[in-house]
Ligand binder design. Sequence first.
Ligand code: NCD
Ligand code: ZN
Length: 330
Amino acid sequence: MKITLFAPLDMHLHLREGAMLRLVAPFSAAQFAGAVIMPNLVPPVDNADRLDRYRAEVLSATQPYPFLPLMTLFFRPYDAATLQTLRDQIFAIKLYPEGVTTNSSGGVSDMAAIEPTLALMEELGIPLLVHGETHGFVLDRETEFLPIYERWARAFPRLRIVMEHITTAAALDLLERYPNLFATVTLHHLMITLDDVAGGLLQPHLFCKPIAKRPADRDALLAAALSGHPKLMFGSDSAPHPIDRKEAAFCAAGVFSAPVLLPMLVELFERHDALDRLPDFVSGNACCIHGLTPPSRIVKLVEDPWQVPARYGDVVPFAAGQTLRWRVVD
Ligand code: NCD
Ligand code: ZN
């Protein structure tokens, strides 16, 4: 059996820089026609020069694949002149609350103070992508952030707001209430719960922000993805860290899923008899929501079992050691 997907897109991807970028980017470019590239580098991607150089580095690392990097800018309280200049170079702006995740120390600490920039983004048609977590109790952080999404969705009805990597049934419910709210969800949050991370021996390679939640949340997210929910887009949040930053005290947050994404998505949707919904989840919804026209590229998968390696370079992938049934073919 063979499966073909037209222009799959990964709407939330961390590629890093330098040697790590060159190691991980080919996995994404082999499977996806494009991806939304996260700006949380050190220092963050927050000006035209850095943006241009980072795009060039990504394009060079994804050769020879036709791959569209949808570049994002790290949120700052930008003024009108800056945003007007940058508008055509970016897909969106990514907002991190200060200190909530990897490389977010330069994030926003006062959500009320940034509304003038949100108003400018609304006017210029720049989407706002949000890491929506507070500093509250770890299982409640996403839910505690939901009122902030609501406030922005009401105050800026023409601003396209994407709730990134949602992990709760409550976030899904909010999607229904505001036409300008959208969401991405990862592969791992469709599969795992907090038990997989910390219910037995600690599994650092499944530790990420937001942390995986309860079975009811995972099940609600999976049901929404399998049903072809039109406001829900696939975004892997593949976030590589070297093994010595994961298998360590102060383990870094991030799951490196890039090498296994399409094989595991196909297996998951197939198992639930929902393969017909996969094209919209991995491409169609994002194209509709954002008006995207990715490179017209067909990605093929064949049934040909393979074992996920224990490591790629010094990074441990999601599902390391597992046998997957589907393989992407060039
Ligand atoms: C991401 C990273 O490592 O950059 N980590 C993560 O746990 N998801 C940042 C992020 O998206 O939160
Ligand atoms: Zn991320």
